[in-house]
Structure formats: C-alpha cells, structure tokens
Design a protein around this ligand. Structure first.
Ligand code: NDP
Ligand code: ZN
Length: 351
C-alpha cells in the first residue's frame, strides 16, 4: 500500500509498505478523511520525537472498517468509524490507574505516527478496536469526524486539566485549532470572561465565535500586563496553554490568581527547561497548579464528544478552512500546516 511518510528528520515523501496485519482484537481501516496536525510538523521538522525512518505520518482521520480480528465484537467490515489520535491499550495497568494515554509507558497511548505507522496510508491499523473505535453517526461528515480525532478532545482536555468551573475567568494562550477548542470547551463549561491570545485574524474571528470575550496579541506587548488590565489587576482563575513555547509557563503563572490551575496541552517541541517564576508562584506556596497532559483517547469519550456535534452544541466547521479531495492531497495539506498561512485554521482531505 501507499503512505505519506516521514523519511527522516526534515524529510517527507510517499512510500510503499505492506498492508498492516490485523491481530485478534484489532481493526484495519480504510480512510474516508484525514487531517494533518501541528504535531506532525513538530515530529518531522523539529525532530521532537527523535529520529524516525519511513514512518507513515498522521493521527487524525476517520474511515471504513476493512477487516476486524476474531475477538472484536462491536465492529464489522463496512462500518464507518471515528477514531481518536490516542489509542491506548485499555487492559494496561496505566489505563486502570486512570491514565490510558500513558499505557505501556509515558505517552505510549499515542501510537499513530509515533510508535507505529500513522493514518496517512491506504490502510491503517487500530489496536483494541472495541475500545478505540466509535461508530460514525450519519449526521457527522467525515471532515467533521477528523476534528473529533484530536482537535476537540485535546482542546477540551486542556479545559479538564485547568478544571474550569462556572463563572471562572479564563486565559487561553493560543487560538490555533487546539486553542479554539479550548475556548469552546471553556465556554461549554460555563466560564465567564475568556481571554484568548493569538494574532491571526481568521483565528480571532473563530475565537469570538466559540466564546472568547477578549483578545490579546502577544505581539503587542506583554501578555501578563494586558491580562491584568482586563481583569482589574486580579489575574485569571484558570489558564489553558495551547500555543507558545517553554517560556509560556512563566506568563501563565504570572497571570494566574493564587489557587488557580494551568492546563497545558501544547507540545513542547524544543527547549530544555520550563521556568517557573519564584515570586509569582507564591515563593513555592501559592497553590498554583500546573498540569500538562496528552488527551486520553477511547471510544466513550469519542461518542460523548460526537454527541455534542450531533445535537448542535459544538460546530467544528469554522475550523475547516482548507478542504482538499483525493488521498494524494495529504502532502499539500501537511505542507500547508507547516507554512501556516494567515487564513489557515485546519486543512482536511476527503478521500
Ligand atoms: P497553532 O500553531 O495553529 O496555534 C498556536 C497558537 O499559539 C496560535 O494562536 C499562535 O498565535 C499562538 N502563539 C504562538 N506563539 C505564541 C507565543 N509566544 N505566545 C502566545 N501565543 C503564541 O497550533 P495548534 O492549535 O494546531 O496546536 C497547538 C499545540 O497543541 C501544538 O503544539 C500541537 O502540537 C499541540 N497538540 C497537542 C496534543 C495533545 O494531546 N497534548 C494533540 C494535538 C496537538 P498566532 O495567531 O500568532 O499564530
Ligand atoms: Zn494532532
């Protein structure tokens, strides 16, 4: 089969590979729609996961079941399915401890385009099919389903990590597709003021659509000063980090009230250390919590998030700014994600 791959750090190309083999609990999927992610860009061009040779890229997609193993109960060939970017081993001890994304080792629930071939192939393999696939509802298009693979669950996980509650004042750093879904998630959770940080006009418009009340540009001066001004000098209750870099944690701690929480879902592709400002961290006693997490994955979460789309409480279409048709367009879509033109939020390829 054909796949679009990372050949080595900094290099991509089309390769031929054997069709993946289906184990007793697994499924083999033919993609219906695919979307590249900023994480693919970190992986290829920053080498953030280390050297990889001829690894098929991609972890966002949906498709049709082509084959299932003999122990799979709820899916059969021909079923249209959704799948999350993170596909844990649900019988692992880590999953039993409540951290499926770390099943088999830290971040090892992230298998596609990390520890095995990703979804940008004519076929892709899904482990633990009954626990990691979900039926694609008729009312959700394949392009929309792609956003349920990663953008929605990751953005929403940032909201969970920051533990956003009714009436909270929230700072959302980054309004790319992930940050936009954090804004949407914060809004659904009942946040009051939502301050969103970003500069691209298309993203700003979408941030307002999803519930941002204020926009801050990190290019127009210090983020912390702007946030303090917008909150009468008080700072925010919660911060979600979905953009920036290792220095963004300093901003988040400074903008946060004592007792507040920071949820990070940004993939830190470079830099050795994260600095926490001693004074603003309450000289070590400010009860300012920082949690960074990979989203959990799994069928139940996928079905629940899809339900939000089905009933009309979440519209992912404003994310889909660039639409392509045909498998070979995956290459153009990935390069678009790398170059991030000003009007891009997310490219999607329908097959
Ligand atoms: P984008 O690059 O589209 O968005 C990044 C956002 O951060 C933009 O709004 C950008 O603003 C803003 N930004 C950039 N630099 C700064 C800065 N110095 N200070 C403040 N804001 C800044 O990324 P995505 O939304 O696609 O992804 C966000 C991150 O989430 C990525 O690192 C991605 O790899 C990661 N990710 C993590 C996952 C997980 O499970 N934890 C899964 C999927 C993705 P501007 O408007 O100027 O561009
Ligand atoms: Zn992704």
């Amino acid at each position: 089969m054909k796949g679009f791959a990372m050949l080595e750090i900094g290099k991509t190309g089309w390769i031929e590979k054997e069709r993946p083999v289906c184990g007793p609990r697994d499924a083999i999927i033919r993609p219906l729609a695919l979307s590249p992610c900023s994480s693919d860009v970190h992986t290829v061009w920053e080498g953030a996961l280390g050297q990889k040779h001829n690894m098929i890229l991609g972890h966002e997609g949906c498709g049709v079941v082509d084959e299932v193993g003999e122990l799979v109960k709820d899916f059969k060939p021909g079923d249209r399915i959704m799948v999350a970017a993170i596909t844990p081993d649900w019988s692992s001890l880590e999953a039993q401890a409540g951290f499926p994304m770390h099943s088999g080792g830290m971040l090892a629930g992230w298998k596609f385009s990390n520890i095995k071939d990703g979804v940008f192939g004519e076929y892709f393999h899904v482990n633990d099919a009954d626990a990691n696939l979900a039926h694609l509802p008729d009312s959700i298009s394949p392009a929309e389903a792609c956003m349920l693979s990663d953008m929605v669950p990751t953005g929403f996980h940032g909201v969970e990590l920051a533990d956003i509650k009714f009436g909270d004042t929230v700072l959302c750093i980054g309004i790319g597709p992930v940050g936009l879904m954090s804004v949407a998630g914060a809004n659904l959770r009942g946040a009051s003021q939502i301050i969103a940080v970003g500069t691209r006009p298309t993203c700003i418009e979408a941030a307002k659509f999803y519930g941002a009340t204020d926009i801050v540009s990190y290019k127009d001066g210090d983020i912390v000063e702007q946030v303090l001004e917008l909150t009468n000098g008080k700072g925010v209750d919660r911060v979600v980090i979905a953009g920036g870099n290792v220095d963004t944690f300093e901003v988040a701690v400074k903008a946060l009230k004592a007792g507040g929480k920071i949820g990070n879902v940004n993939y830190l592709g470079s830099g050795e250390y994260i600095k926490i400002p001693r004074i603003e961290w309450g000289v070590g006693m400010g009860h300012k919590q920082i949690v960074g997490g990979l989203m959990p994955g799994g069928r139940l979460r996928l079905e629940k998030l899809a339900k939000l789309v089905e009933v009309g409480k979440l519209d992912v279409n404003p994310l889909l700014t660039h639409k392509f048709t045909g498998f070979e367009k995956v290459e153009d879509a990935l390069y678009l994600m790398k170059d991030k033109p000003k009007d891009l939020i997310k490219p999607v390829v329908t097959l």
